[in-house]
Design a protein around this ligand. Sequence first.
Ligand SMILES: Cc1cc2nc3c(=O)[nH]c(=O)nc-3n(C[C@H](O)[C@H](O)[C@H](O)COP(=O)(O)OP(=O)(O)OC[C@H]3O[C@@H](n4cnc5c(N)ncnc54)[C@H](O)[C@@H]3O)c2cc1C
Length: 482
Amino acid sequence: MISTIGAGIGGIASAVRLARKGYQVRVFEQQGKPGGKLNELRVNGFRFDAGPSLFTLPQLVDELLAGSNTSALSYQKLELITRYFYPDGTILNAWAEPERFAEEVADKLNDKRTDVLRYLKESRELYELTANTFVYSPFPQLKNFFTLQSLKLAMNPKKLKAFETMHEVNCKFFTDFRTIQFFDRYATYNGSNPYLAPGTLTMIPHLEHNIGAYFPNAGMYAITTELVRIAEGLGVEFVYNAHVDKIDIRNGRVVGIKVNGSGVESSYVVNNTDIFTAYQTLLNEVPLTSRLAVQQPSSSALIFYFGVKGSHPQLDVHNILFTSDYFSEFKAMEQGLISDDPTVYIFITSKRIITDAPDGHENWFVMINVPPNTGQNWEELRLKAREAILAKVKRMVGIDLANLVVAEEYLDPLRIEHRTGSFRGSLYGISSNNRMAAFNRHPNRSKNVKGLYFVGGSVHPGGGIPLCLASAKIVDNYFKTL
Ligand SMILES: Cc1cc2nc3c(=O)[nH]c(=O)nc-3n(C[C@H](O)[C@H](O)[C@H](O)COP(=O)(O)OP(=O)(O)OC[C@H]3O[C@@H](n4cnc5c(N)ncnc54)[C@H](O)[C@@H]3O)c2cc1C
């Protein structure tokens, strides 16, 4: 039997794959429902997707659902990905279609259409050059990196852009600081800082503009519920309110787990909990490698879920209200602080799913990036940030939320840490703020303990839904069909 610890997207996806290969899989989840970070929240008649809001590479979910007549995920490609508001009053619509988007940039900002198209072309090339090695293959080891599999990369080291930061690469392409800020923002898609993260991450815009950003028609949480439905159809058993205390190891191989104090025998264990938390709690006899021990967690988030009176057509589903000083915003985070004028992201699913808010209302997910939890006074920081956000929304889009919020909840790094076991409340596992990050992540199979596997955002290949799904695929490849 395979015991999976955690029903995050990585745990569920690996359970689907292994059940298909004929294994008996049980998923133990400490919460009362599945999803981990990919969850939902209901407050006074409003429904909110609680965590991820942007859905890319949906084919990785389709692959899992293929052939099922009980489960399907319907989604639509977004024509307008995100609406950007700049402090100088510029509004930039990030159209998905590259030509249309390039024209929008040329029209609203001081950069050329051809430069945007060239940037997106290089972004595609970078993705195609690196995805197989860094995303879909087992852990990239430095010793074989410049040999077989990565010959193409070895021949194109400059194309990898690993020796410049994202910001430096963006400055080479564009002259208008607003275009640079636009492309710098993609660093936050895996919780990084564009002034530190390697230029290799300039492949991220390719996912949105060349492949596409998608919106699940029943909301992001439908990704979780549909995958659970198919897993159950394949015989996977989900056990909720089941806190795993320990992974039992005998003679260098897993023999089971302890769940709420009782033993469960298992020949294999797939761990979907955060890697740091796993080593500190479940695997306390096995030392964390010195290389991983020094890695920094990615950024976290502070989110307000506001039930808002009225309908606000100036906003779309995804919206960004930029700060005028992006560098200072990231500098503050490096110091464990929150900028006085943070960039604000607003996600409103009720624009498309009318049942997500009562009549005449909208459901606003309002998020700012914040540092991971290192013991800050989060209550104080949250109240201060709330004021700054309300002032910014009024100033930049003319909506006075103070009189319009009729329901409210929040998520902060402490709650993320407590609810999902995520180390310091990080959203994406270890940070990608250095060029060695891809080599520093924990592999998907244990080197020291036979029968022990790892999936999810804190291990190879990294955080975010597509990468978690890729980690499940890598784990699956270690198992033969029964
Ligand atoms: C606010 C926010 C916004 C995000 N935005 C995006 C986005 O737009 N797009 C995107 O692709 N990604 C986004 N992400 C990242 C994405 O959500 C994660 O990378 C992904 O969901 C992590 O999945 P996972 O498989 O690592 O498991 P997790 O979601 O981390 O779940 C782990 C599970 O393990 C359970 N668990 C932990 N310890 C135990 C234990 N001892 N016993 C039993 N169960 C245990 C937890 O309860 C949890 O359910 C966002 C994340 C957050 C929080």
